[in-house]
Design a protein around this ligand. Sequence first.
Ligand code: MRU
Length: 326
Amino acid sequence: MENLKFIANKLYILDQTLLPNEEKWVEIQNKEQAYTAIKTLMVRGAPAIGIFAGYSMALFSKNKDIYELKKYLDSSRPTAVNLSWATKRIVNAFENGKSLIEEAVEIHNEDIKMCRKISEYGLSLLKDGDGILTHCNAGELATSKYGTGLGPLILGKEKGYNFHVFSDETRPLLQGARLTSYELEKAGIDVTLICDNMASLVMKKGMINAVLVGCDRVAANGDTANKIGTSGVAVLAKYYNIPFYVLGPYSTIDFSCKTGDDIEIEERSGEEIKQMYFEKPTALKNTKCFNPAFDVTDNSLITAIITDKGIIYPPFDVNLKKILND
Ligand code: MRU
């Protein structure tokens, strides 16, 4: 399932805010539209944001204003490292006199290969018939192909595996309900939607063999920033002795963050909690809200971090560096 098309030098995205009710492709024609598309989650998911930002930088920068454009796009969403990583790649191409479009296409193609590898490593840890819990959306809509957190499931389906997936709805923006259940149903994968507060019950009932989630940034000690609510799922998985796997490309590891405390967490409007997906507001206009878009999962709760370079087990501070040097 595609979320972005680059055809004849024009950039189109599938507007993910309208899913699953409407599949609408929108052409992005300038930097302001690119910024808004990221900010409002028309395009979302860490790798997809990086790919989109790469094309946007290549199309909308005019020579030296590329540095300003990088800052502008980077400021749209701070938590996922992929955004600033991709815009830096385009700046480097500019400084080295390379074609910016070719670099953007390369970022895109590399992501396809990385997601395939992540999916293969992830699938090697699962068995046919497993029950899987996932949170948010880390599939093809959030990446280039296959996905990270959902990649092993989509690849597994291609290879004839049958998984039973439970998708947390993922309050407040409902990526699990709107995107994951839609995407997995389209892929022919058995998926059951649950509210976030039902995860404990399905684990307790023995319906879950593994938890798979995507990630937005990994600190040097293995703490990971994931969609808000993920750390609670990790605590539950630990309690019920269920493996908790975090999946993402190696470029998601940010050694400049020593621990998860160094990762900037995006805060979004309280309207998303009180109003956005309801016919009527669910709280008074003045009711205060706190709406962090991500939380940090402590490395002690993570069974393994699955990257395109391999499966990394604890101790993460040692093994994350080791795989870099391999
Ligand atoms: O706020 P979103 O929808 O961009 O958040 C997406 C996630 O948290 C994904 O699970 C994440 O980017 C993992 S990588 C596919």
